[in-house]
Design a binder for this molecule. Structure first.
Ligand code: DON
Length: 331
């Protein structure tokens, strides 16, 4: 564990932390060989499986960028956190939680079977596909562009630019979306959807195709870590209650059926996507020891080689290592 630095907010400590992270990224890059790039959305196969990068943005102003930190990739399931947040901001928390639960599913992200087997009254949570498609149907607007506008606006406020939808990825997912269409038809049959199915799916595929970098994810993670407030301007960007629910969902459901292990071994609210991104929000911690990022930080990771659950294989191992070294766990 790192100890002995009284003031972490200096250029020297930034360089020092940076050199540690550079070593760790170089080490965990070898672990990318243990996984595979997603192929069920054909265009995602173009990603380079050896890529691995991380950005850490501290509330104290310390920024670490290491490895492949400038590669744009699509948010995929990370967008589910944002659509839930936007839904809560538009409709209110009670409205959303009446229609989607907050329980881990313990099933694959695209499972259909649990919906029917368990005769659920609402989808398990907003971070699995069934829950996310339901959430997207609850967003205001009659077209996919109308539904997506508030999400893109929220991203613009947080990132300082408006991200674009990667049309190639959108079309690839749309044209290979048998499973999500099956989930959608089931949700339609049981009456969970509040918008037209085709518009809902079009919106969902577009939100998954919003292109970002790990710097963007780290910035969003930092705002979530800070309960929805931008630490630089003190502006409330996401209502505190909504930011807290989002983090609770990330911790309990964000890594799909590996969420329990991630909570146990890493202990940070996080959300992954099949293109290889992970967003993590490290809230401020109270520790007697002298440790980096005690004020909290946001982390973005990119590593498109995935494990069998659909999470970045080297990304998770890298996060686990950093969380252990710097005692980032919230527990
Ligand atoms: O709906 C899908 O299958 C993708 N657009 C998103 C899935 C995803 O990112 C799950 N991640 N681990």
């Amino acid at each position: 564990m790192v100890q002995g630095i009284a003031n972490w907010n200096t250029e020297e400590t930034e360089e020092w932390l940076q050199s540690y992270v550079d070593d760790w990224v170089a080490f965990y890059r070898k672990h990318t060989n243990d996984g595979e790039v997603a192929s069920y959305i054909p265009v995602l196969q173009k990603a380079d499986p050896d890529d691995l990068g991380i950005v850490i943005i501290g509330k104290n102003g310390i920024n670490i960028h290491s490895g492949d930190d400038d590669i744009p990739f699509t948010m995929q399931s990370i967008s589910k956190v944002l659509s839930f947040i936007v839904g809560c901001m538009e409709r209110g928390v009670a409205y959303m939680l009446d229609r989607v639960d907050v329980e881990p599913a313990g099933e694959a992200f695209n499972s259909i079977i649990h919906l029917e087997m368990k005769q659920v009254k609402k989808p398990f949570n907003p971070l699995i596909n069934a829950g996310a498609i339901t959430v997207t149907s609850l967003l205001e607007g009659n077209t996919s562009d109308e539904k997506l506008k508030p999400m893109l606006q929220l991203l613009e406020v947080m990132l300082g630019y408006r991200p674009e939808i990667n049309v190639e990825v959108y079309e690839s997912e749309r044209d290979s979306s048998m499973r999500n269409r099956a989930i959608g038809y089931y949700l339609l049959e049981v009456g969970f959807l509040e918008s037209d199915l085709n518009i809902t799916l079009e919106t969902y595929f577009k939100q998954c195709s919003i292109e970002v970098t790990i710097n963007d994810l780290a910035r969003i993670g930092m705002i979530l870590a800070n309960d929805g407030e931008d630490p630089d301007t003190q502006e409330e960007i996401i209502p505190r209650q909504v930011a807290r629910i989002a983090k609770a969902l990330m911790l309990t459901c964000g890594m799909y059926d590996a969420s329990g292990k991630f909570a146990t071994y890493v202990g940070i609210p996080a959300k992954s996507g099949v293109s290889g991104g992970i967003i993590a929000a490290v809230p401020p911690r109270v520790r007697d020891e002298d440790l980096p990022f005690l004020e909290g930080c946001g982390i973005g990771v990119y590593g498109p080689s995935l494990d069998d659950k659909g999470n970045s294989i080297a990304g998770i191992r890298l996060l686990r290592h950093i969380a252990k070294q710097w005692d980032l766990s919230i527990f």
